[in-house]
Design a protein around this ligand. Structure first.
Ligand code: BTN
Length: 294
């Protein structure tokens, strides 16, 4: 790949669909629409592609596209986000050229209660895709943060629209800190990047393709049952707190136990001191490792 020559300012879904002019800047240069096509075309997830040089939030763009009827698999990528959104109303630092900020639309025929497992599925895809590409072994901090060296490498924000008790669409937004060399002071002790962990820059299009390949594989597995039963072993193997003491932060009832993995619904299995097993649902309570960030 050659030198960076141009950054598209606005979206280019039509261009990408025709194999023209849709660019995502890699470590080494430009990924053309044709190259992109050859990597992801034919996949259920990751096509069609809409690229932005800068946008507010790829989740917001993906939701707008989903409302307009964009098909399952539609992928929105931005070089930078001005209003990158994190969970619990937080913002997500999304500088240009250094990360992968993207969202995709899914339209599974499931009830809303089956949707949280999609977030865990995406976490497994992100961790595995990064592992495939880099040879590293990123862990998952339940339910959906990807961590490396005890710091957060990837964040995932899933948003859902439902009608009449059925899911209309799910937007999965993933932020991967790829080549970021320095974080703002307020997150510098909890965030990391592939660059900081390995001392080298990584090709973002290759990385995105690796993650989407895994997403396609795991989403197909998820659709068989509408839950994590086909993925819980693989997910559990990446769980950083497996076998470790965790604190269950339930309202007015904080207590400790040992994490033993997840069940088919994606709930964390926690063995309590009295020997009983608790199943902790994401969203209802959070779980914190006793030592450090994870
Ligand atoms: C978290 O708080 O951990 C979730 C962060 C999710 C960030 C990604 S970046 C791409 C997509 N667009 C957004 O505005 N947020 C998600």
């Amino acid at each position: 790949m050659g030198k960076i020559v141009e950054r598209p300012k606005e979206g280019c879904a039509g261009g990408a669909a025709r194999g023209e002019d849709c660019r995502l800047l890699g470590a080494a240069g430009v990924l053309s629409g044709a190259e992109w096509q050859s990597r992801l075309r034919g996949r259920r997830i990751g096509w069609p592609v809409k690229c932005y040089g800068e946008t507010d939030s790829t989740n917001l763009r993906a939701k707008a596209l989903a409302e307009e009827g964009a098909p399952e698999g539609t992928l929105v990528i931005a070089e930078s986000q001005t209003e990158g959104r994190g969970r619990r109303g937080r913002s997500w630092v999304s500088p240009p050229g250094e990360g992968l900020w993207f969202s995709f639309i899914l339209r599974p025929a499931v009830v809303p209660a089956a949707a949280p497992a999609i977030t865990l599925t995406a976490a497994l895809a992100a961790a595995s895709g990064i592992g495939d590409m880099t040879g590293l072994a990123p862990g998952i901090k339940w339910p959906n943060d990807i961590v490396l060296g005890g710091r957060k490498l990837v964040g995932i924000l899933t948003e859902l629209a439902a009608v009449d008790g059925r899911v209309r669409y799910v937007v999965v937004g993933i932020g991967i800190n790829v080549n970021i060399a320095e974080f703002p002071a307020e997150i510098s002790r909890t965030a990391t990047s592939l660059y900081l962990e390995t001392g080298r820059r990584w090709d973002r299009p290759d990385l995105l393709a690796a993650v989407m390949k895994r997403m396609e594989e795991y989403y197909a597995e998820y659709l068989k049952t509408g839950d994590m039963s086909g993925l819980m072993e693989e997910y559990g193997a990446r769980l950083v707190s497996r076998g470790e003491e965790v604190m269950v932060l339930a309202p007015r009832n904080e207590h400790r136990g040992i994490c033993e993995g997840i069940d088919g619904q994606g709930r964390m299995l926690v063995r309590l001191e009295d020997g009983s097993e608790e199943r902790v649902m994401s969203g209802e309570v959070s779980v914190r490792g006793i030592y450090g960030y994870v």
